[in-house]
Design a protein around this ligand. Structure first.
Ligand code: ATP
Ligand code: MG
Length: 395
């Protein structure tokens, strides 16, 4: 029989009455994610998703790679199904796991018997298969405490399955079960991680990027689109709204007190992002803000910034250390792009002495010198919408 995947459900197993809806969503997400790799059968039983290629032309390696980035799964493994007899199970172990066993020094067998009609208990089955392995691979010692390699045997409803150690799944909840959010995406390290963290909770993403040409270059724009493309590996296709921000930044520079430049600029981001988000059916905004990281991320500054938003603003990185954020960025594959040295509109007209304890009434008074609604309307009119997919270039 062909190689296939067993994917174990994550937090979904804690759901009550709505568990079915989560499982159906996960199943359709997996089926969609398998599609580029050929024909696969996907079904769920007993907290496990069975993914089976429907023919030899399916790209099993490509599909396996994709399984690592599907939210809702606690662990994933490739396995070989076989008949539910000790002979067939051992033949599958020898053929499918033989190379791994040859390379190991010690081993153990762990069996699980979900099908209680199977005549041996789990312990008896482990002993039986372990004994045969020991005979066939005489260099191996049995080590039940710290084996170099563990052979897993699962006797389930349809078949028995043999496999080596499972790998961690992407965790989280199935995409599409948690609503829709607009992520304010800069070219930095933090915001792609923030978007990823929210996407992991089952949320569909759209991104908004503020772009200040000619103060920020086309290369900076392309970098942000590439970051969005990397995020789609986890959260699926999305739209990036690229908002022209130059007129707003120049108006702030010309008419507002310097100490408030950044705060007022960020309040414009909140207002515009809220409206773009509502257009996309998003229910909240996501930023990569992190308490105390820079002057605009003190509690006072975030309160004044957040007061301009028309939707709830979530900051998934708020309590994390930079090191933790960097290690997630590295793991999800955005770090290398984030550290490319292009400018962001936040670094244009940066005040020498930004206000770390801004006051809302002072920010509002400073904004009175501006045609806030006119500036917002023109910026929104000047928005370019780019659809981003993981497989393929931005269109
Ligand atoms: P990042 O690494 O995500 O750029 P940062 O630590 O540099 O974050 P800031 O530049 O102050 O912090 O930005 C804080 C948050 O504001 C960002 O995480 C992002 O969500 C949002 N933001 C900043 N600049 C932009 C931009 N040009 N377009 C869209 N959102 C932005
Ligand atoms: Mg930044």
């Amino acid at each position: 029989m062909n190689e296939m995947f067993l994917l174990k459900l994550g937090e979904i197993v804690l759901k009550g009455l709505n568990r079915h809806a989560f499982e159906n969503k996960l199943k359709s997400n997996i089926a969609r994610r398998m599609r580029p790799y050929g024909s696969f059968d996907v079904h769920i039983a007993q907290s496990t998703v069975y993914v089976e290629p429907n023919g030899p032309e399916s790209d099993v390696d490509g599909a396996w790679e994709a399984c690592h980035t599907i939210f809702g799964l606690a662990s994933i493994c490739r396995c070989r199904p076989c008949e539910k007899t000790a002979d067939a199970i051992f033949a599958a172990v020898q053929d499918y796991l033989g190379d791994d066993l040859n390379a190991a020094e010690s081993f153990k067998v762990e069996s699980k018997r979900a099908d209680k009609r199977f005549p041996m208990t789990s312990i008896q089955l482990s002993q039986e298969i372990g004994g045969r392995i020991h005979e066939a691979f005489p260099h191996l010692t049995v080590d039940v405490h710290h084996p170099a390699y563990t052979v897993y045997v699962e006797v389930r409803e349809q078949a028995a399955y043999v496999h080596g150690p499972a790998e961690p799944g992407a965790g989280g909840l199935p995409t599409g079960m948690g609503g829709r959010a607009a992520c304010l995406l800069s070219g930095g390290i933090d915001s792609p991680v923030a978007g990823y963290m929210i996407a992991k909770r089952g949320v569909e993403l759209e991104c908004v990027h503020f772009f200040s040409y000619p103060y920020t270059s086309e290369l900076a724009r392309d970098k942000v689109l590439e970051l969005a493309r990397l995020m789609t590996r986890y959260c699926g296709r999305m739209t990036v709204d690229i908002v022209g921000f130059t007129e707003i930044q120049e108006a702030i520079r010309d008419h507002c007190p310097e100490a408030y430049f950044t705060i007022i600029m960020r309040r414009f981001m909140m207002r515009i992002a809220s409206r773009v988000a509502k257009d996309h059916g998003c229910q909240c905004l996501i930023t990569g803000e992190n308490l105390g990281q820079v002057a605009s991320q003190t509690m006072e500054a975030m309160a004044v910034t957040g007061a301009a938003a028309e939707l709830p603003v979530f900051h998934p990185l708020i309590g994390m250390d930079k090191e933790e954020i960097v290690s997630i960025a590295r793991r999800i594959g955005t770090l290398e792009t984030s550290i490319l040295p292009y400018e962001d509109c936040c670094t244009v007209f940066t005040p020498k002495h930004p206000k770390t304890r801004p006051v809302l009434s002072e920010a509002e008074a400073a904004e009175a010198a501006l045609d806030v609604e006119g500036l917002i309307a023109r910026a929104i009119e000047n928005t370019e919408k780019v659809t981003v997919r993981y497989h393929g270039t931005a269109v």
